[in-house]
Design a protein around this ligand. Structure first.
Ligand SMILES: [Zn+2]
Length: 128
């Protein structure tokens, strides 16, 4: 089923779990911060137009960071689910076993290096 040694999969599972815990803390912090920002606004803090533009920009950046984190949490969760299902490390595009060097560098890698390169170059859309 899986071309990786069990010990290596266990090691990568541990790394994914650690990353998952860290990301969840960061997402919780970001949500707390943005709620605090809204509270300050609701509490009647007065902005001039320039401040408002900065506040909007900061909020956009926060949302972008949150989006990236949430996306990453999903990737990590997908990798953990794949481990449980015995299909960890298989490229989602072509199905080959992703090399262990690539998984060491990126335990949540979804594609082999060839398919990832193709996607990054826009040669084909990612498949589900
Ligand atoms: Zn592939």
């Amino acid at each position: 089923m899986n071309g990786l040694p069990a010990a290596e999969v266990e090691h990568l599972r541990k790394r994914l779990r650690n990353e998952h815990a860290r990301l969840r803390r960061e997402v919780a912090d970001e949500l707390a911060r943005s709620e605090q920002g809204r509270y300050l606004e609701l509490a009647g803090r007065i902005h001039d137009r320039g401040d408002e533009a900065v506040a909007d920009l900061l909020e956009d950046l926060q949302i972008a960071a949150l989006d990236r984190h949430v996306h990453r949490v999903r990737q990590v969760e997908a990798a953990l689910a794949a481990i449980d299902q015995g299909r960890y490390g298989l490229c989602r595009a072509c199905g080959v076993q992703i090399g262990s060097a690539r998984l060491e560098a990126e335990p949540a890698a979804e594609r082999c290096i060839d398919c990832q390169t193709a996607v990054e170059q826009g040669r084909h859309a990612p498949t589900l």
